[in-house]
Design a protein around this ligand. Structure first.
Ligand SMILES: Nc1ncnc2c1ncn2[C@@H]1O[C@H](COP(=O)(O)OP(=O)(O)OP(=O)(O)O)[C@@H](O)[C@H]1O
Ligand SMILES: [Mg+2]
Length: 150
């Protein structure tokens, strides 16, 4: 097994991180391995670290702007030379909301990444080739992270 396979293997088995910094380091290691034009779906309760992970991806892709949770808008667009990142937080959407109406697709400029928090709100619209991250809090700062690639 090569180093790359090992990295994916570990994430697919599931990893426990003991600090936000460690979660960020995992995201940074993964960022260059994420294919272009990929949807990433982040599952997990409030405060589990979804935004923390996506912020670290943005940084790794050379996005200078500090990524924050979209408050007024449902999604925010970040651009660097290596990625157009759209960060969509579906928390405030009704379950089964019409994703098409958001017109996110219009802003996805190749090479893009669409990172979605609360994907269960729009699960019908999540493409079958999306990567799913399942995050949980084990205790205090011990957070668990598992990747499922379809
Ligand atoms: N091991 C860890 N991994 C990630 N975050 C951690 C960890 N330990 C503590 N934290 C803290 O947990 C918080 C995670 O917040 P974050 O905004 O990333 O969560 P979220 O899943 O996006 O929540 P929301 O659903 O409200 O958007 C941060 O304050 C972070 O510092
Ligand atoms: Mg968040």
């Amino acid at each position: 097994m090569n180093a790359l396979d090992e990295q994916f293997n570990a994430l697919e088995q599931g990893l426990t991180t003991t600090s936000a910094k460690q979660t960020e380091q995992i995201a940074c290691a993964l960022a260059p391995l994420i294919p272009v034009n990929q949807v990433l779906a982040f599952h997990g309760e409030l405060g589990v670290g979804k935004t923390t992970f996506i912020r670290a991806l943005a940084k790794s892709w050379g996005i200078k702007e500090h990524l924050t949770s979209p408050t007024y808008n449902l999604f925010k667009i970040y651009q660097s030379s290596s990625r157009c990142l759209i960060h969509l937080d579906a928390y405030r959407l009704e379950k089964g909301a019409d994703f098409e109406n958001l017109m996110v697709d219009d802003f996805l400029h190749d090479p893009w990444c669409l990172a979605i928090e609360w994907p269960e709100k729009i699960e019908e619209s999540i493409p079958t080739d999306a990567w799913h991250f399942y995050l949980t809090i084990e205790e205090s700062t011990h957070h668990h992270l598992r990747l499922v690639r379809s």
